[in-house]
Design a binder for this molecule. Structure first.
Ligand code: SAH
Length: 521
């Protein structure tokens, strides 16, 4: 049976990937074809099926990748071929998104559609700048207005800015509501401001422009009707931006929350393996930073896990299992399940973990609360605080990376233990987008560079090329743990921040403190 053609016109929200609806995310997950534009955050595409066709039709003021007619035709063509189409649009599909035209074209061609509304940038961008569009004391209404004459021109606006403005009823616009919100208004800002003042708005009326609202690199410019054009020009402030006109703009001073966090606007390179980076990038983002993922290593389970399987088969002989990385826990658990074992097999074994996130992984993947977590996450502390003083003839299992330090096993052996080290995963080189990173480094756009292990240092330098090390002179280098810092030092790099604890929250805290101190000095 042929599939019923169906198209979802989905609002992706304004940027921040968390601001899509549950229904929108579901549509992306199920779609065979996703047609998206540049205002929809690319992270949404991570939800897509691996076999989904992803089509970019990014519109920009000065160029069209696809014309609107081509987009309409594409949507209908794919749907009539029985494919599930998700047309993913920035903000809300029916707020200046030309969603109406696309829906109409579907109907004309007998294609069913659903509209999945989204969070519009008209409200969300001001909100992320700390500006409520209404407020009991400042505004009881708001209007959303296109900065272009034709209010269906979307991002693209084929008409020339300023042309035919005479036909708009500016008296109505100026008095439409207490708060006026213009989309697509940057190019046309001079006309907007002049006309609003001509029609009775005070030149002192506060104005805010919010660019790439809710994205990591959101920028806000606060000005007034009479100064807006000059200020925007001298700041070289460009589209896409939402322009808010009205008293509510003053509330930003009190309500700012998103762009005044410790690391706001700071670009931080994360060199960790992609599969391990999310905690670090999430925490950096929470502090306002713009994490730039440049994984230089990759971890992968060993192809041959016989050694681990043998250890698991004899698990009841061990008194302790020590985990010092979340990755080791994951591989361990996956192999247990593979062999038909679950956490009950660990009932008589004590678990020691090194690292907060390793402990979290043990809890979430194994449903087991670790028996021992040292107060500091360095090997020396693990040994000095080790809870069982007499280790004679005690069997210890250490599943870990293929190349790792031997301090813990050797010390335990000195205490009389019988230690089995089992390699469960290996670390190999990864290659990120080198040109992009070199470009940012050359332009001085990077504030922090993070190394979470010695291999990230070595591979990073190899990746950018030793000749380019001088590009790292002006940024702050952050190393997790003294050993990583030492590797960096030996490679000729000066680490300004050494996070003593092997914990990602500790590392992020140190970067935040550093940024605060810099600001004060
Ligand atoms: N449907 C979209 C609007 C599309 S029109 C929505 O509901 O948000 C395109 C205009 O929207 C841009 O020119 C800009 O004015 C505004 N815009 C969209 N996303 C934005 C964002 N994240 N930050 C600032 N402005 C944005």
């Amino acid at each position: 049976m042929k599939n019923i053609p169906v198209v979802d016109l989905v609002g992706a929200g304004p940027g921040d990937p968390g601001l899509i609806t549950l229904k929108g995310a579901e549509s992306i997950r199920k779609a065979n074809v996703i047609i998206y534009d540049r205002l929809a955050h690319p992270a949404h595409l991570n939800l897509a099926r691996t076999d989904a066709e992803l089509i970019y039709c990014g519109k920009q003021a000065d160029r069209h990748t696809l014309t609107q007619d081509e987009i309409n035709a594409l949507i209908v063509d794919r749907a009539l071929n029985g494919l599930k189409v998700c047309r993913l649009k920035g903000g809300d599909p029916f707020v200046f998104g030309r969603g109406g035209e696309e829906a109409d074209f579907c109907r004309q061609n007998g294609v069913d559609f659903r509209i999945i509304p989204g969070v519009t940038s008209a409200i969300a961008a001001p909100a992320y700048a700390g500006i409520p569009v209404t407020h009991r004391d400042a505004a009881s209404s708001f209007a959303v207005i296109t900065g272009h004459e034709r209010d269906d021109s979307g991002e693209s606006g084929t008409r020339v800015a300023g042309q035919s403005e005479g036909r708009r009823n500016w008296a109505n616009i100026a008095n439409a509501a207490d708060t006026l919100i213009f989309l697509m208004g940057v190019e046309n800002l001079d006309v907007i401001c002049t006309k609003l003042m001509e029609h009775g708005k005070s030149p002192d009326t506060p104005v805010a422009l919010v660019r790439w609202g809710t994205w990591d690199d959101q920028e806000t410019l606060v000005t007034s009707l009479s100064h807006a054009v000059n200020d925007v020009r001298s700041a070289a402030f460009k589209a896409p931006a939402v322009t808010v006109v009205g008293e509510v703009v003053n509330l930003r001073e009190k309500l700012r929350w998103f762009d005044n966090r410790p690391l706001t606007g700071k670009r931080v390179i994360v060199t960790r393996a992609r599969e391990q980076a999310s905690q670090l990038t999430d925490m950096l983002r929470e502090q306002g930073a713009i994490p730039i993922e440049y994984p230089v290593i990759q971890t992968r389970p060993l192809a041959n896990l016989t050694h681990l399987s043998n250890a698991l088969a004899n698990l009841d002989q061990y008194r302790w299992v020590i985990f010092s990385s979340g990755r080791a826990v994951e591989v361990f658990v996956d192999q247990m399940l593979e062999l038909g074992m679950d956490s009950r097999a660990l009932a008589n074994v004590k678990i020691a973990v090194v690292g907060v996130s390793t402990a979290e992984t043990v809890k979430s993947k194994l449903n087991v609360i670790p028996d021992f977590i040292p107060s500091r996450f360095i090997a020396e502390t693990v040994i000095s605080e080790w809870p069982q003083k007499d280790m004679s003839a005690t069997k210890v299992l250490i599943p870990r990376a293929q190349s790792a330090r031997d301090f813990i096993p050797e010390s335990l052996e000195e205490m009389g233990a019988v230690v089995d080290i089992v390699s469960v995963y290996e670390t190999v080189k990864d290659h990120g987008n080198r040109d992009l990173i070199l470009d940012m480094l050359t332009k001085g756009k990077i504030d922090y560079l993070t190394f979470t292990s010695s291999s990230t240092v070595t591979n990073f330098i190899e990746s950018i090329g030793p000749d380019n090390i001088h590009l790292l002179n002006d940024l702050t280098i952050v190393s997790l743990g003294p050993i990583t810092a030492e590797t960096a030092r030996n490679a000729g790099l000066t680490t300004q921040i050494v996070a003593e604890e092997y914990s990602i929250p500790g590392l992020v805290q140190e970067i935040s403190d550093h940024a605060k101190n810099e600001e004060q000095s």
